[in-house]
Design a protein around this ligand. Structure first.
Ligand SMILES: Nc1nc(=O)c2c([nH]1)NC[C@@H]1CN(c3ccc(C(=O)N[C@@H](CCC(=O)O)C(=O)O)cc3)C=[N+]21
Length: 232
């Protein structure tokens, strides 16, 4: 296998599994260790963390140059202002798929269902930066099916299994399902939506695997940029 991409890049990953009773303090110590570790180029803290942990503080402890999942306040701000290096991986995957399939975005109506800090919010900002007309829906949204009916692009990021129904969506709408509910079930009722959709992503085998590839891409870029800086 000499000379293949993995060997050249030498990418490696290490999983650190902390017990549920870990305190915020202990988690921050762990993150700081990784920040200081020269051999680490990307840090991903799996969301969600247990309730007793201050997730925002933990995310914001990740060094910006290692924030390959765009979870820090600074990383999110950069994404929102359209100059970030590492947008959050699932939003990046969604935009990657939209571009790969040449889905028009500018001027189109995009409806994002869900407003989580690493999915609904950043993907809304990214679509806005691409000149979509973006509507962000959430648990307090009234008449959700009517709102979704307007959408040329539907992003389902709500965390409710098979939630989005075919009779809510416009004929020809592009539907991206970022749901990852128990049992590999997405947020979209695929069977009813596939009838209406111009294009639709399945679960599994849709946004998920592209998310992972975005994480790898960002981590490789982080390592390359660090090496380039070191050589200047
Ligand atoms: N900071 C943070 N960033 C995340 O991006 C993040 C996170 N926390 N916490 C958990 C969720 C979930 N998530 C998935 C990624 C890929 C698949 C994926 O590739 N799933 C396969 C199926 C996997 C299987 O078969 O077991 C698929 O959709 O085909 C699923 C879920 C990222 N998340």
């Amino acid at each position: 296998m000499k000379g293949n991409a993995c060997e050249r890049l030498g990418i490696d990953s290490k999983q650190i599994h902390l017990p549920e009773e870990t305190t915020t303090e202990q988690l921050l110590d762990q993150i700081e260790k990784l920040n200081e570790d020269e051999t680490v180029h990307g840090i991903l803290l799996q969301h969600p963390v247990p309730n007793h942990i201050d997730e925002r503080l933990a995310f914001d402890t990740i060094a910006i140059e290692k924030d390959v999942d765009g979870v820090t306040s600074e990383g999110f701000g950069q994404t929102a202002f359209n100059f970030g290096k590492f947008p959050s991986c699932t939003p990046a995957a969604i935009l990657e798929m939209i571009d790969f399939y040449h889905i028009p975005v500018e001027g189109k109506r995009a409806v994002v269902i869900g407003r989580s800090p690493i999915l609904g919010k950043p993907v809304s900002m990214m679509l806005l930066n691409r000149n979509a007309t973006v509507t962000m829906c959430h648990s307090k949204t009234e008449n959700l099916p009517e709102v979704i009916q307007q959408a040329d692009i539907v992003i389902a990021a709500v965390g409710k299994p098979s939630f989005v129904q075919g009779n809510w969506v416009k004929q020809g709408a592009v539907i991206l399902d970022a749901g990852y509910n128990k049992g590999n079930i997405g947020d979209v009722d695929y069977d009813s939506c596939v009838e209406k959709a111009g294009a639709i992503t399945p679960v599994p085998g849709g946004v998920g695997p592209v998310t992972i590839s975005m994480l790898l891409k960002h981590t490789v870029l982080s390592a390359e940029w660090k090496t380039a800086k070191g050589n200047i």
